[in-house]
Design a protein around this ligand. Structure first.
Ligand SMILES: *Cc1c(COP(=O)(O)O)cnc(C)c1O
Length: 474
């Protein structure tokens, strides 16, 4: 017995040393995304991950972490999902890649057919009819923005050069995508480089005035948008938004009524509606696409992240036949010449097809309803927490807004780094959260079970309490 304990201790020590070796090798050569590298590894832990298994990540030190944020909202059915892995492996030994200009391949065609078949649809509106591929979400947003702008140019309309976007919105990090984003931390430095966009007030229900309902808030935001359009419609080619949840902006949620009103306003002013469902698509908000909750079909739909189940980078932009037809001409300049080397990569398309297969065979949306109800039950316990100002949920996303005394008007001083402290405390307890400022959220892979959800809830509780105490002592 004693020998066994001794051996286990030796193994644990070796594992820790192994993790430390990977940490130093990493920091010697890698520059990580979305990170002030100076904070590694002391302020901000760096986790060398060896493998994934369902909703779990297994570290080089042998520790298990619940991936409560689905690895930046990409993962749907757990890590190393065998059906997706097999589809990629099969495709890799058949055709790994081929230029998509002038060539065609089955995965790209089949995926386009299936995406168009499940895309949001309004009766009496021409359906989404064509698919353009890109290789990440930001690139997909660039495609949609360029298409909208170029379509008007091709019709001889030169004045519609601007986009309308929402306050608190996020659409990616490339310069075009940043121009329609409103997260100061990402945007401010690059402001001199960005195309001008017009920002409309967010319908964010967290910003409701006392006594105001989310639907009233949505109506008020739509009224402000109407004013903006009445003044500027002639300069605007498209409006872009994240339906239902502004994710990077702090998992801020709004009433589905808003998108319905936006659809009407866009129609009235001849402005294209771009729905960015890169984060909220594929079941995250309870329906396959968030736009469905408003009964709305956009003119351009951006998809990525969950599109491949989280296995490979891929984006798809769905467009109407009229938008597509606007580029048909004898002139090559009127064509949409946008291209990426890896456009429509067969491996990524195969992963996406496997993902859609799982949606069809496993009744994912119905099963998620049960999981979402469990999440709601666990989240309810936070409503009375003294530092929680808001608990909100949209399907498989739950968010907790932390403020001083739980009062919306008294956010924590950002320098207190409450979110970062909670992140560290949760990691200590085996859960990977990654708060957005002081907003903690759950966005787990759909395969998360009851035990994992219990761990998530108790860890979130402990992490909040730890963060508050630690900040008070700092
Ligand atoms: C993540 C995200 C993007 C950007 O996608 P990347 O693949 O990270 O470039 C765009 N829009 C929304 C709503 C997102 O959440």
């Amino acid at each position: 017995m004693q020998k066994k304990t001794h051996d286990a201790a030796m193994l644990a020590e070796a594992a820790t040393a192994e993790a430390d070796r990977w940490r130093s090798r990493d920091l010697a050569v890698l520059w990580h995304p979305c990170t002030q590298m100076r904070e590694h590894p002391h302020t901000l832990p760096l986790l060398p991950i060896e493998r994934g298994e369902g909703p779990w990540l297994i570290g080089r030190d042998g520790r298990r972490y619940l991936d409560a944020i689905s690895s930046w909202w990409t993962n749907l059915f757990g890590h190393a999902e065998p059906r997706i892995a097999a589809a990629i492996a099969r495709q890799a030994t058949t055709l790994e890649h081929v230029i998509l200009a002038g060539c065609s391949h089955a995965p790209a065609v089949e995926l386009a057919e299936r995406l168009l078949a499940i895309a949001p649809r309004e009766v009496d509106r021409e359906p989404l009819a064509k698919v353009f591929y890109a290789d990440n979400g930001s690139a997909g947003v660039e495609v949609a923005l360029k298409m909208a702008f170029h379509w008007f140019r091709n019709r001889g309309v030169e004045g519609r050069t601007k986009f309308i976007a929402l306050e608190g919105g996020y659409h990616g990090e490339t310069l075009g995508a940043l121009a329609v984003g409103d997260i100061p931390l990402y945007r401010r430095v690059y402001a001199p480089l960005l195309a001008e966009a017009l920002f409309a007030p967010s319908p964010d229900a967290y910003l409701c005035e006392p006594g105001e309902t989310p639907a009233q808030r949505a109506q008020r935001a739509a009224d402000a948008l109407r004013d903006l359009l009445e003044r500027h419609a002639d300069e605007v080619c498209a409006l872009i938004l994240e339906p239902r949840v502004q994710c990077a902006g702090g998992m801020r949620m709004h009433d589905p009524l808003y998108l319905k009103l936006v659809r009407q306003l866009c129609d009235a002013h001849g402005v294209f509606l771009i729905c960015d469902e890169i984060a909220v698509g594929f079941g995250r908000t309870g329906t396959l696409f968030a736009s469905e909750q408003s009964g709305v079909q956009p003119d351009l739909l951006c998809l990525s992240k969950g599109l491949t189940g989280g296995a490979l980078p891929l984006a798809a932009v769905l467009a109407t036949q009229s938008i597509y037809d606007g580029f048909l001409d004898d002139s090559r300049e009127k064509a949409f010449l946008h291209s990426h080397s890896y456009t429509g990569n067969p491996l990524a398309c195969a992963a996406a097809l496997a993902t859609l297969g799982i949606f069809a065979s496993d009744d994912v949306i119905a099963r998620n309803r049960t999981t979402a109800a469990r999440m709601a039950g666990l989240a309810a316990a936070f409503a009375d927490h003294p530092q929680v100002a808001d608990v909100r949920q949209a399907g498989m996303i739950v968010a907790f807004e932390l403020t001083r005394g739980g009062d919306k008007r008294t956010p924590f001083n950002p320098d207190a780094r409450i979110g970062l402290r909670a992140y560290r405390a949760a990691l200590e307890r085996g859960v990977l959260l990654r708060p957005l400022g002081d907003v903690l959220y759950w966005m787990p892979p759909y395969c998360v079970d009851d035990d994992a959800l219990q761990l998530l809830a108790s860890t979130t509780h402990a992490a909040i309490d730890h963060a508050i105490k630690e900040a008070a002592c700092a």
